[in-house]
Write a protein that binds this ligand. Sequence first.
Ligand SMILES: Cc1ncc(C[n+]2csc(CCOP(=O)(O)OP(=O)(O)O)c2C)c(N)n1
Ligand code: SF4
Ligand SMILES: [Mg+2]
Length: 351
Amino acid sequence: MTYIAKPRIDMPGARTNAVGLKQRDYEGVLSTLCAGCGHDSITAAIVQAFWEMSIPPEKVIKLSGIGCSSKTPAYFISGAHGFNSVHGRMPSVATGALAANRDLVCIAVSGDGDSLSIGFGQFGHAVRRNVNMLYIIENNGVYGLTKGQFSASADPGSKAKKGEVNHMKAIDPVATAIALGGSFAARSFSGDRDQLVPLIKAGVTHPGCAVLDVVSPCVTFNDHVGSTKSYAYTREHYYAAASADFVPPATEIKASYAEGELLPVTMHDGSKLMLRKADADYDPTDRSKAMEYLEKHSSKGEVVTGLMFINEELPELHTISGTSKSPLSHMDFEQLNPGSAALAKLQQRLR
Ligand SMILES: Cc1ncc(C[n+]2csc(CCOP(=O)(O)OP(=O)(O)O)c2C)c(N)n1
Ligand code: SF4
Ligand SMILES: [Mg+2]
């Protein structure tokens, strides 16, 4: 892939985080996406979230498939490990990488075409296996990279730039993840950094597959009147089920919240997601209520955002499979190579 290196300009007085790095250290090469593309705003939110969480770049693995969205890992955390895989196949690469090294912090970026069209099966199995990663879908309702064909997330009645109308049902990744028995499903908008950053932090902290669908308008092929994934439509139909503040472990909660308004969700490492609910009906810990809530609002054409469902108790892939606690790269040769007798025993079991 061609890329343009970002000139290194260190701002005097720029703050450093707990691991001594500046926010600039969490950036990547210069973006070559169209000016105004929602995907660039998501990149900025990722940079902010990882810097604020003080995650050492060398602990991070960033993965993607193919598409404009899948190009974006090049634009953040240049010091991380990375793999830009094949269209729709990122989840298998993530599963393999994390099977070999469970200590990595995995951020995967995909598109609506990459995950809901060609990669729908792969997406489903990453959710089902609860692979421990933040799985972001940058959702613009089109195949941006191949010039604006409708994707599987295009809403019925939505118009393409040249007037063609989509008549097929849309696949909603949030409802799909909840229906598949997933452990974390959230939605946000590239234009709402205040909501997006805490959701990224919660997804990184969550021990399992955290699906974060982000409506991310394609200014070149899907930002016109008649599109339901444009900036204007999303702003007009935006419905925040809850706004969230992410509070790291052992940090005092300083903001004041009105009684009854607050729903604190405790993450497994002791951090808290303080959800300020817009609606008494909304309960992100009850699977069937979450589905009902989504359906009620989506059927009115509303773009429901926030943490829609979470279950911190569901086991992730390593727990389900009972695999080794230490990464393969930390094991010595004898542990990795149990010898021909062990292989013969294994083969015997398969006969
Ligand atoms: C196996 C395969 N089939 C088709 C393509 C062509 N192709 C490249 S990107 C893409 C769709 C990208 O759409 P999406 O994932 O929504 O990303 P966006 O560009 O909208 O961010 C397609 C169909 C490909 N690269 N590989
Ligand atoms: S074609 Fe669309 S999705 Fe791709 S970079 Fe341009 S605006 Fe973004
Ligand atoms: Mg797309």
